[in-house]
Ligand binder design. Structure first.
Ligand code: PMP
Length: 441
């Protein structure tokens, strides 16, 4: 989520509606919540119900959800709802009492991670998980310097907004933070990994010269807010350089994790790296606030010895039941294979459309995470913010929900629930072809 981009191009604090009931709701919300809250689309959507990858508004109209990754196993999945209900009817406490739920889930979660990553701690948001990971990295390395990508988003606490340049505006990037250009394979081509490594090396040198030392490199392993860059060759050399400088690697899996990219459960696996710390959240419990930081126990040790950790809601029995049910559904419904199959078909069809439309510069992604880069000039690859904005709103009018990302707000972000079917992909492509046809060439 790139607030600076979304705010500029596809997010509205007010919104324009045509029906009085929606206008009233918008006004009440603005009055009560204040201007920090944003809505998507020029004509905001008021949803009342969801199932699978479909959503319904107050008039019963059906929308195709091609955006929401939190509900990754589908809106209101009955298996997850039943697990939550059962546990909520039985017991909900916290981690200072013994409970089997957290132990069983932790074993299952760690079984999906590389053997070296062997312990896990729980939180309620991705922000908290990243905040914790920064503390652990600092304690382990004794250094403070952090390397992030130029349009990264890692959350909303003070410590993680300091490493989230995509927030722009009033947000201050910390003096201990250095940014590197995201691996934009569309523009850098075969040079992409070498350029990324050179940037990371420059950041390492700069942090050392400033006396901060190197604590960590933290990246979203799909570079979501930077613009969706799936090239799997870029991370391994950069991670090796950071480790050689005494730092650790934190894989922020809040967006790519839990099977979104199809072939693997975790985004870092595609890059052939084993992280020191892994943070996760969003799709972890299909909408319940559940997040975690998994770690190599040797990296965690110094922090765990010094700091007694408690998170009132993190890892509670209801959260663990929900998270376990999500793992059940991913396996039972073979959602990673579905993401790979439907995602490939979707990208292939979008690439066919792109061939006829010069304003679509590139279609990229893996599994059910697709970026469509809009450009005004395909030869110069000039970002087309206005075109992306128009398309997102045209799709909304066609009742298909997407958004944008990237420093220039010109990359369409297509990131549906993993239950997205071939029929959903057809529906998407039909509406997308219609919306693109109406763009001025
Ligand atoms: N990291 C990444 C990569 C994210 O996309 C987000 C949320 N957009 C976060 C961290 C923060 O997660 P949360 O909103 O749950 O605090």
């Amino acid at each position: 989520m790139t607030f600076s981009n979304i705010m500029d191009s596809n997010s509205y604090s007010g919104g324009v509606s045509t029906d009085p009931e929606t206008d009233e709701l918008i006004q009440a919300r603005t009055h009560l919540l204040g201007p920090a809250y944003r809505l998507f689309y020029e004509r905001p959507v008021h949803l009342v119900r969801g199932t699978g990858s479909h959503l319904f508004d107050a008039d019963g109209a059906r929308y195709l959800d091609a955006y929401n990754n939190v509900v990754s196993v589908g809106h209101c999945h009955p298996h997850v709802v039943a697990a939550i209900t059962r546990q909520a009817q039985t017991l909900n406490t916290h981690t200072r009492y013994l409970h089997e739920g957290i132990v069983e889930y932790s074993q299952r979660l760690l079984d999906t991670l590389p053997g070296e990553v062997d312990q896990v701690m729980y939180a309620c948001t991705g922000s908290e998980a990243n905040d914790l990971a920064l503390r652990v990295a600092k304690m382990y390395t004794g250094a403070r310097g952090v390397i992030v990508t130029r349009d990264a988003y890692h959350g909303n606490t003070e410590a993680v907004t300091a490493i989230s340049p995509s927030l722009g505006g009033a947000t201050t990037i910390g003096p201990h933070v250095r940014t590197v250009t995201a691996p934009d394979s569309y523009r850098a081509g075969a040079e992409v990994a070498a350029r990324f490594l050179a940037d990371v090396n420059a950041a390492i040198a700069d942090l050392r010269a400033a006396g901060h030392g190197v604590s960590c490199l933290i990246v979203d392993t799909f570079f979501s807010s930077d613009g969706i860059y799936p090239d799997p060759s870029v991370l391994a050399p950069a991670v090796a350089a950071v480790r050689a400088a005494g730092g650790v690697f934190i894989a922020d899996e809040v967006q790519p994790g839990f099977g979104r990219t199809g072939e693997t459960m975790w985004g870092f696996t595609r890059h052939g790296v084993v992280p020191d710390l892994v943070t996760m959240g969003k799709p972890m419990a299909n909408g319940l606030p559940v997040a975690a930081m998994a770690a190599r126990s040797d990296v965690l040790e110094a922090f765990a010895r010094e700091v007694p950790y408690f998170n009132t809601f993190g890892g509670n029995p209801v959260s663990m039941a929900a998270a376990g049910a999500v793992l059940d559904v991913i396996a039972d419904e073979q959602l990673m294979a579905n993401a790979a199959r439907v995602g490939t078909a979707l990208r292939d069809e979008l690439a066919r459309l792109a061939a006829d439309h010069p304003r679509i510069g590139e279609v990229r992604g893996a599994g059910l995470y697709v970026g469509v880069e809009m450009v005004t000039d395909p030869d110069r690859k000039t970002p087309d913010r206005a075109g992306a904005h128009d398309l997102v709103n045209a799709m909304r009018e066609r009742r298909v929900l997407i958004s944008v990302c990237g420093a220039e707000g010109n990359v369409l972000k297509v990131r549906p629930p993993l239950v997205f079917s071939m029929d959903d992909a057809d529906w998407f492509c039909t509406e997308f072809a219609g919306a693109v046809a109406q763009l001025p060439v």
